[in-house]
Design a protein around this ligand. Sequence first.
Ligand code: AMP
Length: 489
Amino acid sequence: MPRKKNKKIIKRKKEAIKKKKAVSVKDKELRAIKNEKYVAHLLRGMRDILPADQTYWDFVNNRAKSIAAAYGFERIETPILEDYNLFERGTGMTSEVVEKQMYDFIDKGGEHVCCRPEGTPGAVRAYIEHGMFNLPQPIKFYYCGPMFRHEKPQAGRLRQLHQFGVEVVGSEKPIIDAQVIIFSRAFCENLGLDPVIEINSIGCPTCRKVYRRKLNEYFKFRRKQLCPDCQRRLETNPLRILDCKGKECQELSKKIPQIIDYLCPDCHNHLTRVLEYLDEAETPYELNHRIVRGLDYYTRTVFEVFVRRPKVESQLEPFLSSAEQEDLEETQGLKASPLAPTQEGPRLAIGGGGRYDNLVETLGGKPAPSCGMAFGLDRIIEELKIQNIKLPKVHGPQVFIAQLGDMARQKALKIFEVLRKDGFRVAENFSKDSLRAQLESAHRLGTKLCLIIGHQEVLNNTVIIRDMLSGSQEVVDQDKIAKELHKKI
Ligand code: AMP
């Protein structure tokens, strides 16, 4: 896009944001005048991850970290807030993410910034800015964190989503694409999920130009059947039509010319080599010529990871009610080939990626062909729940400290600290007065032992050790607690 036009757009955006700001300030003042009662609420498309869900997040994050390390990826953390241009230039103006879903604003210093909608451009920016092209190539990153997309909230689509992604920057070799795909499969299997990987090649800018012309011809004759957005995409980037969720557009996309017939010899060779590597590594995949990925920077290999559900009946709440399921069928997540409902459930897109040979250069670096992928962790976790996948047992507290009376509570606070420092996993409920309520807490937590301290024990410098299963109790000196616990745990 010409710079002049770009500047105009930014100016218009700045003005719109200023207007919005003025309205919201007015709103605030009005509210203050009315002294309206404020009721806190979550923003649409956002959600809280509550303590009960943390075991899932810990499990998935830990598995992500260890499998990334096993494949030689090193962690990178980039800011959530970035320069808007990073995504406009990187992810691309014709991508839906940049065109419609950016959380962008002019900050107090007048800079056009945004909350990152995806991880790749930030990682590439860091690669360029920290001179990583001077290190032995390729550089292998992984990242985990929140991304922001102002999407229409619906099943499987959040406005704050979490992604785990890997990037291999600085190698054009097809073996890299193959290994990123193998890695994707390994991560899913490691979590207990059954992935289906669909692969395509969208060629290089040269052969894609030819294909785009063919696609344009194909859709031009069916223009009236396309949705208004896709009629526009026909002029800007007809490949984006293949990503459209509209039923008619999807129907039309089924009979498009196959890109593989238009690849130049180099791109064709690249795809063949990737597939040969996958075959050699006995990694199953499916070819799907309609996979194009929604971001502008991809070249050659693109792929999406779907997860197979064992049975349709097992798709229960909380993530996908039947209404949501219907809803989801209209979304990108379910655009995979139709499946017999009696054999297996529909496939949900949980990740995707591909090669991006020109992005580093587009963002101002020296040419460094690259390949990467990202998983949507929110969807993965919902999938683990839907499929009722059992997580490894997390070690809970070993001993509960119960107290009766003020002096005992004071003593219990100290004993808690001593035992914690000694390496015991200790639990308490110091806010409770009744022993019964505290023993109930201990039962709920499943601790094997409970220390009970009352007024008498404080005076005698002792505690009662209660075995929660048998109910047997023993009095021990306070300076021997650790020794006794070691014997009993
Ligand atoms: P993308 O960066 O669009 O290729 O997305 C990669 C993965 O992130 C998808 O396969 C989804 O699993 C996940 N994802 C993308 N957008 C959302 C969203 N709005 N809400 C939840 N997960 C998402």
